[in-house]
Design a binder for this molecule. Sequence first.
Ligand SMILES: *[C@@H]1O[C@H](CO)[C@@H](O)[C@H](O)[C@H]1NC(C)=O
Ligand SMILES: *[C@@H]1O[C@H](CO)[C@@H](O)[C@H](O)[C@H]1NC(C)=O
Ligand SMILES: *[C@@H]1O[C@H](CO)[C@@H](O)[C@H](O)[C@H]1NC(C)=O
Ligand SMILES: *[C@@H]1O[C@H](CO)[C@@H](O)[C@H](O)[C@H]1NC(C)=O
Ligand SMILES: *[C@@H]1O[C@H](CO)[C@@H](O)[C@H](O)[C@H]1NC(C)=O
Ligand SMILES: *[C@@H]1O[C@H](CO)[C@@H](O)[C@H](O)[C@H]1NC(C)=O
Ligand SMILES: *[C@@H]1O[C@H](CO)[C@@H](O)[C@H](O)[C@H]1NC(C)=O
Ligand SMILES: *[C@@H]1O[C@H](CO)[C@@H](O)[C@H](O)[C@H]1NC(C)=O
Ligand SMILES: *[C@@H]1O[C@H](CO)[C@@H](O)[C@H](O)[C@H]1NC(C)=O
Ligand SMILES: *[C@@H]1O[C@H](CO)[C@@H](O)[C@H](O)[C@H]1NC(C)=O
Ligand SMILES: *[C@@H]1O[C@H](CO)[C@@H](O)[C@H](O)[C@H]1NC(C)=O
Ligand SMILES: *[C@@H]1O[C@H](CO)[C@@H](O)[C@H](O)[C@H]1NC(C)=O
Length: 820
Amino acid sequence: MFCTRWCTLLTVALVMLLVEAAPSAFPSSGNGLWYTSPADADAWSSEWLPIGNGYIAATIPGGTVQETMHVNIESLWWGGPMQDPSYNGGNQLPSQQAAMAQDMQMYRQSIFESPNGTIDNIEDLMTDAGAYGSYSTAGVFLTTLNSTDTVSNYFRWLDLDAAVAHTQWTDESGNSYFREQFCSHPAEACVQYVNSTGILPSVTYALSVTQESGLPVPNVTCFDNSTLMVRGLVNDPGMTYEVLARVLASGNASVACTPSGSNATLTVNGAQEAWLMWIAGTNYDMYAGNSASGFSFAGPDPHDALTALLTTVAAESISYEQLLAAHISDYTALMSPFSLDLGQTPDLSTPTDQLEAAYQTNVGNPYFEWVLFNYGRYLLASSARGTLPPNLQGKWVETWSTIWGSDSNINIQMNHWFAEMTNMDVVLPLFDYIENTWAPRGETTAQILYNISRGWVTHDEIFGHTGMKLEGNSAQWADYPVMIHVWDHYDYTGNKTWFQQQGWPLLKGVAEFHLDKLIPDLHFNDSTLVTAPCNSPEQVPITFGCAHAQQLIWQLFNAIEKGYEASGDTDTAFLEEVQAKRAQMDKGIHIGSWEWKVDMDSPNDTHRHLSHLIGLYPGYAITSYDPSIQNGSSTNYTKNDVLTAAETSLYHRGNGTGPDADAGWEKAWRAACWAQLANASEFYFELSYTIERNIAPNLFSVYAPGSGPDGIFQIDANFGYPAALLNGLLQAPDVASYSIPLVVTVLPALPSVWPSGSIKGARIRGGMTLDLEWTGGKPTSVNIQVDEDITARPVEIVYGGDVVASFTTSGGMTKSITFS
Ligand SMILES: *[C@@H]1O[C@H](CO)[C@@H](O)[C@H](O)[C@H]1NC(C)=O
Ligand SMILES: *[C@@H]1O[C@H](CO)[C@@H](O)[C@H](O)[C@H]1NC(C)=O
Ligand SMILES: *[C@@H]1O[C@H](CO)[C@@H](O)[C@H](O)[C@H]1NC(C)=O
Ligand SMILES: *[C@@H]1O[C@H](CO)[C@@H](O)[C@H](O)[C@H]1NC(C)=O
Ligand SMILES: *[C@@H]1O[C@H](CO)[C@@H](O)[C@H](O)[C@H]1NC(C)=O
Ligand SMILES: *[C@@H]1O[C@H](CO)[C@@H](O)[C@H](O)[C@H]1NC(C)=O
Ligand SMILES: *[C@@H]1O[C@H](CO)[C@@H](O)[C@H](O)[C@H]1NC(C)=O
Ligand SMILES: *[C@@H]1O[C@H](CO)[C@@H](O)[C@H](O)[C@H]1NC(C)=O
Ligand SMILES: *[C@@H]1O[C@H](CO)[C@@H](O)[C@H](O)[C@H]1NC(C)=O
Ligand SMILES: *[C@@H]1O[C@H](CO)[C@@H](O)[C@H](O)[C@H]1NC(C)=O
Ligand SMILES: *[C@@H]1O[C@H](CO)[C@@H](O)[C@H](O)[C@H]1NC(C)=O
Ligand SMILES: *[C@@H]1O[C@H](CO)[C@@H](O)[C@H](O)[C@H]1NC(C)=O
């Protein structure tokens, strides 16, 4: 065929277009991330891709002749008793109890007597954070192919349908290579697979720690002729970790392990395909964080458990295809009960980093937003199903130390905001962690610091750091009770067995502490009970009756009443005390003085936290305000008064770019709050602003925009985002008692960018599963299926401010609502 110059240009353009298309194996739904070049070595937090199974995790750049893989083990932390035998969770010594009790009295008196109800510090109560520690990397695997450096036809992508990362390229001699990487939850192993259209060149696997300043160089030896054994200490003295990495290969392959000092390597020659399987562990034991174990958190050396696991999961008899299939079916089973459709059109011609770069606040991109939502669920699935819950880094860290030590004050809760509603069975490690690392030492803290001999309290962390850390009036020590998720798990699942074994004892322990911590307000002398001292999380002043604490305690006391019957507890004196103090306590809602009971708020305080709005989202003290039970002797607000005041306060808190921080999580939280106020435009502004300012090309949320390609990664916005997005589409906030109707609002804050879509399989508290469809910006159908074994409760389905259906649930009931 005769081809003119234009035709040639057209052909060139077509070829270019073809190159700029997602790889053929990329999900046709668009559910994934893809790129046309490897991640930059110096842009870990913004370009590398994460994989994980909860126990172990990795980040990868998608290298070609050399792949670099950062290895993470969920419990690998420095700090704690293994580093410092005198570590005691930041607590005062038992001998201090009498002095602390006196100091506490003195501080309370000073607070109440102070004309403005505040004091500057409570120094005597606080302790140095001690060996608080940080989550740490476990080094880097380098996989080197004896191939050419020049590659073409390069793609890397993360398939969110299958939870598998892929890299493909072609070398100079025309051989194509495929690398697949994933972490299997059933196998408790991560897998790195490579094949080629020809026989593979020799492949070498080695461990490097050179890029990690701080992590001591480990011993890498040959465990057997196809397995590397990495043994290290996170610091000396400190926790021990071990990694076993076995390579398997097919074809006429020869596998060898070459010891070389303490840096052994594995080599595979002549293979058709080769895959490295690695497993890892430490001697941390969450169940040894109690007085019976001397709060040692020390378990056995991980070696025996790992060698046993290696025999079962990395056996020659298990093919790569079987491993992969087991992984995908496990992941799909976890994820598929729920799905979201935003009416998005997949863009298979623009790589993810370009979509991210083009993204604009308020303009949006439904396809990109949908991917980011799914990515949040992927990250939770890949980090939550271990022994420990996901920390501030999820389970992904590049270096030996992180800026906030990966701590878990409010972050750990935001990490789980969307888990129940999107039907993900991943929350139990959170409760095991609270039960085993916070409660035991928290009893000591209650005793010594507060002179309270029942229940427990924590002011943070992994090694049972329960004391008030830091000094002066730094306000890092808020001890607010973190029991929303515990109650919600029972409320969503109705699992009485779990509730009696774990949920109720946790609720009761924290409630008991607060029964004794609440004291009469001797500042206003208004006959209410308040906590003192308190602050708002990360915000001074030190005062009493802080809105955040009061709202949460009130919600906790409601949970005690609602859960009492199912708990099997017969301690009626406890229930009655909860009911009496709940009636008497300050409910933490004062229009005009939002954050604290004293009027200290500045209208221009754009602080990152929305502490006083905890009852708007994720709580319900504001959202479900009930004048008949929440007004006290000095207030008589209507629900509308309270919501209007919340709106005023939210405007004044700014858009989440205050001088104190410019993080993604604060914007996601604001978005969720605006959705709760049914303000679609503010909701979508904050939601999309989160992306524009804080989402990196690898879709990790980074703390401060403009901080360069390796800015601070914090996972909380990745988890806050799906929760906030969902709150614009479907809400069913908690209520104070089972007799109050549960209000299920559909499309409360639907932005115009998502005119049609659907949600399938959302879980609603009360044991319900809900499907929702909408078109033209309006709902078309809602279908509800109620579980068999539930507590009957009144429900109202609301759309556009109107109750469109109301009913009382019964076991097995179905309900279909169509909209005309
Ligand atoms: C500490 O608690 C004990 C037992 O409840 C009580 O007798 C004592 O007065 C308390 N001490 C102070 C200083 O409040
Ligand atoms: C409260 O009043 C005291 C003086 O009584 C003052 O020193 C302090 O700065 C005030 N605190 C605030 C937060 O205004
Ligand atoms: C790499 O390949 C080259 C050329 O095929 C060969 O000469 C060399 O020995 C190989 N090196 C290793 C370490 O296998
Ligand atoms: C290499 O692995 C990929 C992914 O599993 C597979 O699609 C491809 O067929 C394999 N290629 C060869 C030559 O075996
Ligand atoms: C081990 O050897 C590899 C090369 O074979 C090197 O890249 C790596 O840095 C070495 N590791 C250590 C801990 O020295
Ligand atoms: C590994 O070593 C065992 C004995 O230690 C031997 O039987 C086996 O053939 C070796 N395998 C390879 C792949 O060299
Ligand atoms: C590494 O090996 C040396 C020499 O055998 C040993 O003294 C050291 O304790 C080992 N380190 C670790 C972390 O196992
Ligand atoms: C493996 O080696 C044997 C003997 O050298 C040979 O007959 C066979 O074809 C080889 N298989 C492959 C897949 O290369
Ligand atoms: C309920 O909780 C128990 C205890 O945690 C657990 O064994 C059981 O599998 C749960 N039931 C369901 C249906 O999830
Ligand atoms: C708020 O405004 C007041 C006066 O308008 C000013 O003194 C104060 O510094 C401002 N505070 C902040 C946090 O900007
Ligand atoms: C109750 O509300 C009315 C107006 O709605 C107001 O006049 C009255 O002062 C309020 N009472 C209290 C105790 O706040
Ligand atoms: C967010 O707020 C800051 C401070 O008020 C302001 O400078 C900025 O323009 C706002 N961002 C947007 C997108 O409105």
